[in-house]
Design a protein around this ligand. Sequence first.
Ligand code: PMT
Length: 321
Amino acid sequence: MAEPRVATIDGKLAEEFAAPSHVEELKEQMAAFAGLHGAAGRKVVLITSGGTKVPLESRTVRFLDNFSSGRRGASSAEYFLDSGYAVIFLHRHRSLYPYTHTYSGINLLDSLQLQTGGGVSHESSQVVVSQQAFPNIAKILSRYQEVKEAGLLLPIEFSTLSDYLHLLKAAAQALSTIGSKAMFYLAAAVSDFYVPSSEMPEHKIQSSNGPLQITMKMVPKILSPLVKDWAPQAFVISFKLETDSSILIEKARGALDTYRHQAVVANVLDTRRGYVVVVTPETQAELILTEDDVRKEVEIEEKIVSNLTEAHSLFITKHHG
Ligand code: PMT
């Protein structure tokens, strides 16, 4: 008799993807965070953000990566916090981060000034930040400190595909205690292919051996056990990225049919900052940044989060009356 699908994925995770050493500790942190905020009547969103690194050697010199900057996740986190959610931010190490993401292109040293106050020692001098170089810094810093002091943001880092898969599973189990108050917002760009550890060379692949041919296996679709088994009451949003806009909606609908979750945010690589479609089994909403929005520095994530938080409230009412 065939084994149930979840057992297969759990088995695969254990056998072929090394778990980060501190996964149990992080799971406890996430469970405590969810329990605390759930008890305070707050909704909790788990945001995944950034790309994943797929190693080609055990002592990794080379790896495959992807384009994702993590801006979608970082910016969305801020709007969820503004909407009263507590946020677990499961993000790729060194990808963009809430509240600092707007300053990512700035050269820090070019934006600071040294005021020496007449003395010769550097210890007695002051470093002054130019507000021109960091637009809105006072407002953003004040909001960041407010969020931090209220304990509303729990950042968790991953680096490799293996870290991501194990931490997402841990997060799903940790959030299962708050049922429909949990939202999963899966904006990370996860690799679909990997080299199993059993087939990975230990040492650096030698170029003296000639051209490289690699066969990669398919990464198990983690959305399946997440929706069916690990957090079956949660409100789950996946993302669908394509480069060919003509297949985008069909692919998003295909994902909804396969995984039976609540919505897919569909986007095309080149236009993702100004246009997305939120697809649900019954509806399809196009969200667009107008020229006026761009002038006012409105971000598309504000519209995505507004659409989804409203749908989440309806979902909770429908499930718990
Ligand atoms: O980070 P930015 O530069 O701001 O870009 C944002 C973004 C384009 C990365 C984001 O908007 C986005 O589209 N993220 C998802 C990209 C993606 O991986 O799409 P996909 O079609 O390959 O995967 C679809 C969904 O399947 C994902 O939500 C993922 O959670 C899920 N999946 C993927 C692989 C896997 N092994 N298991 C999964 O469950």
